[in-house]
Design a protein around this ligand. Sequence first.
Ligand SMILES: Cc1cc2nc3c(=O)[nH]c(=O)nc-3n(C[C@H](O)[C@H](O)[C@H](O)COP(=O)(O)OP(=O)(O)OC[C@H]3O[C@@H](n4cnc5c(N)ncnc54)[C@H](O)[C@@H]3O)c2cc1C
Length: 389
Amino acid sequence: MDADIADQMIETLARFVDQDVLPQVREFELDDLYPDAMVDQMRDFGLFGATIPETFGGLGLDVSTYARVIEELYRGWMSLSGVINSHLIAAQLINGFGTEEQKARWLPAMAAGSLRGCFSLSEPDSGSDAAALRCKARRDGDEWIINGTKMWVTNGERAGIIALLARTSDEPGAAGISCFLVEKTPGPRGDGGLTISKHIDKLGYRGLETVEMSYVDHRIPNSALLGGDAGLGQGFRWALTALELGRINVAARGVGVAQAAFDAALSYAQQREAFGKPIAQHQAIGFKLAEMATKLHAARLMVRDAASRVDAGQRADMEAGMAKLFASETAAELALEAMRIHGGNGFTTEYSVERLYRDAPLMIIGEGTSEIQKLVISRAILARAAAKQ
Ligand SMILES: Cc1cc2nc3c(=O)[nH]c(=O)nc-3n(C[C@H](O)[C@H](O)[C@H](O)COP(=O)(O)OP(=O)(O)OC[C@H]3O[C@@H](n4cnc5c(N)ncnc54)[C@H](O)[C@@H]3O)c2cc1C
């Protein structure tokens, strides 16, 4: 994307965050209210089509610009980026691997934000070990019959289409898994044999819904199989590809939260006085700010490097994993440091740092925990070393 247009877009988002998000976030977050008006504005900005190609009505942002968008949204409220993350993972799957008919049918409405998507891989008994999933899809003539329970479906209630990973053969592991595009009526109930069986009450990442979904003999048409018959057994591999975008999203969220924590800490440290001077002038606090700023800068550079590699069509599994690991751990660390700098005030709901402290841990869990990122990184190091020999 043209650098000037990208800069203008980020400036517009920064104004939105400052004027329409930050003044209201506390009320929405504490009461766990869905931010309809903020989401409407995001739709008007075209963000539901952020990474969907222009041919389908999207903005067609490159990953580098997308990462900056996420960073900016997260400076305001982490939940806002969650609204588009799994929607765009679903769109990425359709755009990357769907049939021409599936792309034409779903992507324009998803880009316009009139149809919302979600991504459903995790189950009660499989998260990190995602290929151990048990949800089953059995073919019956022109239909598939789905049975199983899916956990942690973010945006599951408001979504009209679910990118669902289910087992289509008895082959163990990834080989037996396919991806389906399951249509549903947006709302709290579900459709046919599909029900929203639980709303999960969360420590942070509040305001948007994360639900459990149950499928009991739920029938969907053959046309719902992503990629048509060629998609049989490909779903898991395709989902991992789409999750690379998700990983960069989470890493960029980490930078956004870390920036918000740093901004709050700096401002407070300049105003709050102790022992006759602003606490920022006590070396212990000044050094904290220095370390926070350094880690924030490093996290941002890592995210931008991983994003630019993806844009250049280079392999970026290791770099995206490193960026996700470092940025999410930095966000959690800076949120706690910002709370320390706020003293007792940091422990109250009057200041934003308690929210950042509750939001930050999700990033060390979602899209692969820190331990799983280390597995991804160490495997990539060894594979690249072997390739050189
Ligand atoms: C708020 C929220 C929203 C989410 N949204 C979605 C969504 O929209 N769609 C979706 O599909 N999923 C979603 N998830 C699920 C998320 O991706 C999983 O929670 C995550 O992958 C971890 O899986 P788990 O919770 O089952 O933990 P587990 O896999 O049970 O892991 C527990 C612990 O064991 C460690 N561990 C596991 N395996 C290893 C290993 N081999 N080596 C070392 N350590 C290991 C983990 O790092 C972790 O510390 C969401 C989760 C949350 C909390």
